[in-house]
Design a protein around this ligand. Structure first.
Ligand code: SF4
Ligand code: SF4
Length: 348
């Protein structure tokens, strides 16, 4: 399977995605636009609070081509953050006291400067989280020592596992992914990740396999913990339940399966003001592989840069960014439905 970009798909264009989202809300469903919903909740314009997370997308290259990927990542993507841009990120971080750096991709470990970057961030005294897809660890001998590298640098590992069986996981993420994910989880457990009495944190990310909202985060966590321990002897700390946002390859999935309109209606009717108040863009800055700044990873994939004059990490200005208004659009309904959704799970 190829990325949308490599196959020349019309949804590879961000303008097309934004137009489709606008059309379905206004012309087909005749429901309020996202900013109107925020207005009714007293949250428009949406303003940031103190930045807690500096999220860096170090590249769109990935060893997998998951069906729902909002990054449109894959082995055919060549966009990779250079060491110079990483240095600009480090310089920006040094001018702030943002406590957490969240590294994502693609598979962030495929960036040749990934380990150097982690070491430098740790040298600044910041906590590092990595969005590790698990299979990268077993994909090639050069990555087999990643669990030990993570352990030595006290990196927090956050990994997608859509379900606790091969059928559902492989349908979404590719053949053999479940088996390789289990192997990688065992390797992480073996060095202490997710184990009782260990400070090494291992979290799983659940996202629905179809066009529906996730069940309760706490219930899913208990279910995953029980099955993964009983059947595979695997332990983890927390589980984040994430709603699929209607962009990129998940938007393609919704349209091709005839679920697009129904899914948007579900998201909009499940709008929750409490979830909206806690959206992650209020406390996150997201940096793209080429150094541009966004309010979140989803805006990054839609090329919706932060509002204001400072739009690149080389010009990072925490003061100016704190005065910005968050850029929103119709995809934001994915973050505010039900219990809400963010890179750290529910928001309400
Ligand atoms: S592992 Fe993550 S980044 Fe890679 S294709 Fe799957 S969802 Fe996208
Ligand atoms: S998609 Fe991004 S900008 Fe929109 S509500 Fe979610 S986190 Fe905020």
């Amino acid at each position: 399977m190829k990325s949308l970009r490599a196959s020349g798909h019309q949804l590879a264009g961000t303008e097309t995605q934004l137009q489709l989202l606008h059309q379905v809300v206004t012309d087909q469903l005749k429901l309020p636009l996202f900013h109107e919903k925020l207005e009714t909740a007293g949250l428009f314009p949406l303003r940031p609070v103190e930045t807690a997370v500096f999220q860096v997308n170090v590249g769109r290259m990935c060893n997998q081509v998951c069906r729902h990927c909002h990054v449109d990542a894959g082995p055919d993507r060549r966009e990779i953050m250079t060491r110079d841009t990483m240095q600009q990120c480090l310089d920006a971080l040094a001018r702030t006291d943002i406590p957490t750096v969240d590294l994502t991709g693609g598979a962030p470990e495929m960036n040749p400067h990934f380990r150097w970057f982690v070491e430098e961030i740790r040298a600044l005294g910041r906590r590092v989280m990595v969005r590790c897809n698990l299979t990268i660890i077993v994909s090639n001998p050069k990555y087999h020592d990643l669990p030990d590298f993570f352990r030595r640098h006290e990196v927090e590992v956050v990994s997608s596992l859509p379900f606790y069986n091969a059928d559902k996981t492989d349908r979404q993420r590719g053949k053999g992914v479940f088996e390789d994910s289990i192997k990688a989880l065992r390797m992480l457990n073996a060095v202490g990740y997710g184990m009782p009495d260990s400070d090494l944190r291992l979290h799983l990310v659940y996202n629905p396999a179809g066009a529906f909202l996730p069940g309760t985060q706490e219930g899913l966590k208990r279910q995953f913990q029980r099955v993964l321990l009983d059947e595979f002897g695997i332990r983890f700390n927390d589980l984040y339940a994430i709603t699929n946002l209607p962009i990129s390859r998940y938007l393609d999935f919704l349209i091709s399966t005839g679920n697009y309109r129904g899914y948007m209606e579900k998201l909009i009717t499940a709008f929750n003001p409490a979830a909206a108040a806690g959206v992650m863009c209020r406390h996150t800055i997201s940096v793209s592989w080429d150094g541009f700044l966004y309010d979140c990873d989803f805006n990054q994939m839609l090329d919706l840069k932060v509002a204001g004059a400072v739009q690149h990490v080389r010009d990072f200005d925490p003061e100016a960014l704190s005065r910005r208004t968050v850029v929103i659009n119709q995809h934001c309904y994915g973050c505010t439905a039900g219990a809400g959704s963010s890179c750290g799970g529910t928001t309400a």
